[in-house]
Ligand binder design. Structure first.
Ligand code: CO
Length: 156
């Protein structure tokens, strides 16, 4: 495994709509392993492939319950609302309030191309939405209704 460089806000690769994965091969597995290691090294809870410069529909999430690997994920249901502070590893010093669904259901494929479903509430619902947005070129700052400065965040 290896750490990859994280693409920062302002890089146009973060604005692309990513293509679906069609090959579930060792190249994908290395990407997933590297993304997970890179996310952990940066203390993040989610990372999408465009954030390491790969314009494919791949994301990893770990909100503390172990890794979730998402390939070609699709949100199939959204319910309720939550309004919390969110950040992004591509913009380490920016935080803002974003409204997200309280509960989401996602269908995706695992690293072997097998379909699975994942349901999330609270932070997992937020992470699922945030990472899937990345695959469509959408950043949390597009959706934030109020930015907070870093000192405010650290008091939380
Ligand atoms: Co992000």
């Amino acid at each position: 495994m290896a750490l990859r460089n994280i693409v920062k806000f302002g890089d146009e690769r973060l604005r692309k709509k990513c293509r679906e994965v069609t090959a579930f091969d060792d190249k994908l597995w290395v990407l997933l392993d590297d993304m997970y290691e890179t996310m952990k090294a940066s203390d993040g809870v989610g990372l999408a492939a465009p954030q390491v410069g790969i314009l494919r529909r791949v994301a990893v999430i770990d909100v503390g319950d172990g890794p979730i690997e998402l390939i070609n994920p699709v949100i199939t249901s959204m319910r309720g609302k939550q309004h919390e502070v969110e950040g992004c590893l591509s913009s380490p010093n920016q935080w803002g309030y974003v409204e997200r669904p309280a509960k989401v259901k996602v269908t995706a494929m695992n690293r072997y191309g097998k379909e699975f479903k994942v349901e999330g509430t609270e932070l997992l619902a937020r992470a699922l939405c945030h990472e899937i947005d990345h695959l469509n070129g959408i950043l949390f700052t597009d959706l934030a209704d109020e930015m907070v400065d870093i000192d405010d965040k650290e008091e939380k």
